[in-house]
Design a binder for this molecule. Sequence first.
Ligand code: FMN
Length: 378
Amino acid sequence: MLFTPVTIGSLTLQNRLIRAACGERRADRAGLVTHEMLAYVDELARGGCGLVILGHGYIRRDGRLTDNETGLDRDEQVSRLGLVADQIRAGGAKAVIQISHGGAQCRPSVIETTPVSPSGVEVRKTKVVPRILEPDEIVELVADFAAAAGRVKDAGFDGVQIHAAHGYLITQFLSPASNLREDEWGGSPEKRFHFLSTLIGAVQERVGDDFPVLIKLNLDDCIPKGIPLSEALNVATAVSDLGIAAIEVSGGVVDSERGAARKGITPGKQEAYFRSMAREVKRMVDCPVILVGGLKSLPVINDCLESEDADLVALGRPLIREPRLPLDWLDGRDTPADCVSCNRCALYKDRPLRCETLVLEQEQAEKEREQGKEKEEE
Ligand SMILES: Cc1cc2nc3c(=O)[nH]c(=O)nc-3n(C[C@H](O)[C@H](O)[C@H](O)COP(=O)(O)O)c2cc1C
């Protein structure tokens, strides 16, 4: 089932396995992608997934999360981005990139100013108290998202994904925990949705009807007073009605104990921790549903697809460790991903994304080889 073609909007994928967006951290300080990025996406795309979704592309410099994040805020970035899209397609996959703004979850040390949010609610983990957005700034942000989506299209990507998950700016508008406004942008579920619906309209106007616009959405903020499931399901239905090409079901914010990338997931029952929410979304929407979160073994993945709880699956951490995992499975491998969900890959924000545990293991093996050689020589 996993290795059968599927359609997302106007896009046909060779299979249902997606590389989930994980910030690659391979851009220079101007947000321009580097040769290192090209080599990285080449490896990913040749690994056998049907679609590669690249992580956070910032729509404004003061919305970026790290100094090495891919920039989508200037036209000068488009030609190098085009090389990335071409490289992914040459590897056999389709190419999508996220448009994102970190909002209150940005770090002042990176953006060199105070992060912004709908209401100035503190991010407990970083102790950041954001500045409250003025109404005219919100309108500007909508235009910035649309301009960034236009650059993605101009660069030759096959689609764009709106990052409306994990507590970043769009989630901050959707969630009653972070949106306490009482103007047209907050105060009721409909008004909390207003930023996202306006933004989708602006993006669609910029990229046209044929260009797939996907979304990654929190169905659960995994914090007290986060978005209620019923409200999140209404958002999912509404974005599908607005013409979104696929919904990736996720959850969590920076402050949640157990968020998007949960630690220590073992193969079997712990996998697919957003499955029940994907199932509910799937029942309510017309567009394809993507399940992400803790997937690491073929039987579980195929069961999710065969029981129609999701149309596609996305893997993040497993493909950081083993970019060739999809091909290995296709070739008959029957063991789960080697990833142990330790989250060391998320630790070093100033380094390019990689499996830090694999690097440690390789260094340890090298040390043991050297010690063995020395003993033989004695
Ligand atoms: C190091 C790291 C970076 C991530 N970057 C992004 C990102 O840029 N955009 C995004 O939507 N999710 C990001 N995620 C979340 C993943 O896409 C995914 O939702 C999460 O890791 C759960 O899937 P997994 O268990 O297959 O890793 C990141 C996760 C990790 C561990």
